[in-house]
Design a protein around this ligand. Structure first.
Ligand code: ADP
Ligand code: MG
Length: 256
């Protein structure tokens, strides 16, 4: 095995990064893939959404060299789905790492040893382009950009595309955008349609056909510590993430 390594990346908060990491991860796991989720955000929403124990050592402690990434892995309630937690200490890392040599490569050094044991490693990034996110981009090969259909969406997207391009040139030649994922989509609004058309015309190869609808069950699931496919498998949100898992599997195979 040589893991597909995928980041959920967008410098904006509240666009569906964590929701997509958790629920795509669970859908892939339920389709028989061996999936590891990595929480890189100090807010640790992924940690609570998957019912793993955020008081046990997580990515911060791994990066600080207190334990190996392997030792930080916990089992989630979903078969084949495992996760490494985060905690509030991650918030200090952007500053702490500045002093270090090779400061871009802490996450890479920590996670590369896991790659041969997993089919997918999905990492949930914080809502910033700080050093933690730079570290994530120095490690992973693929990026999924979740985005909401809102006014000025293209501006944030262009900045993000430039950032990924710069990282590819300077630090990680393997880095590619796997796709742009529309979340909280509502086909009844004209703005949503316009944003999708706009983004699709600039990045025709990148927009995922699957769009995640706005679905209240997706917003409820994290408070039960469960992915949507377990919390309410028949909801529109669960169906969308299952279809997305198939699309991602195909796209990943094509891009190899
Ligand atoms: P991010 O990780 O980018 O900050 P989240 O995944 O935490 O974004 O999503 C932000 C909020 O929107 C959360 O409360 C989440 O439950 C909710 N949410 C995410 N996707 C959907 C959706 N498709 N429908 C309804 N609510 C959603
Ligand atoms: Mg988040």
């Amino acid at each position: 095995m040589n893991a597909q390594t995928i980041l959920f990346l967008n410098q904006k908060g509240g666009v569906g990064k964590t929701t997509s990491a958790v629920n795509l991860g669970a859908a892939l796991a339920q389709q028989g893939k061996k999936v590891l989720l990595v929480d890189l955000d100090a807010q640790s929403n992924l940690t609570s959404a998957t019912s793993i124990d955020g008081r046990r050592p997580g990515m911060y402690e791994v990066i600080a060299g207190k334990l190996s990434a392997e030792e930080a892995i916990q089992q989630t309630p979903v078969k084949n789905l495992y996760a490494i937690p985060s905690n509030i200490n991650m918030a200090g890392l952007n500053i702490e790492l500045v002093e270090e040599e090779e400061r871009e490569f802490f996450i890479k050094r920590a996670l590369v040893p896991l790659e041969e044991s997993w089919e997918y490693i999905l990492a949930d990034c914080p809502p910033s382009l700080g050093l933690v996110t730079v570290n994530a981009m120095a490690w992973a090969k693929r990026v999924i950009i979740p985005m909401q259909c809102e006014y000025l969406a293209m501006e944030g997207l262009n900045l993000l595309m430039r950032t990924v391009g710069n990282m590819k040139k300077a630090i990680n030649p393997d880095l590619e955008v796997l796709g742009i994922l529309f979340t909280m989509y509502s086909k009844r609004t004209n703005l949503a349609k316009e944003v999708v058309e706009d983004v699709s015309s600039f990045f025709p190869q990148l927009v995922f056909k699957t769009m995640i609808p706005r679905n209240i069950r997706l917003a409820e699931a994290p408070s039960h510590g469960l992915p949507i496919t377990v919390y309410d498998g028949s909801s529109s949100g669960a169906k969308a993430y299952k279809v997305l898992a198939k699309e991602v599997t195909k796209r990943v195979a094509r891009n190899q």
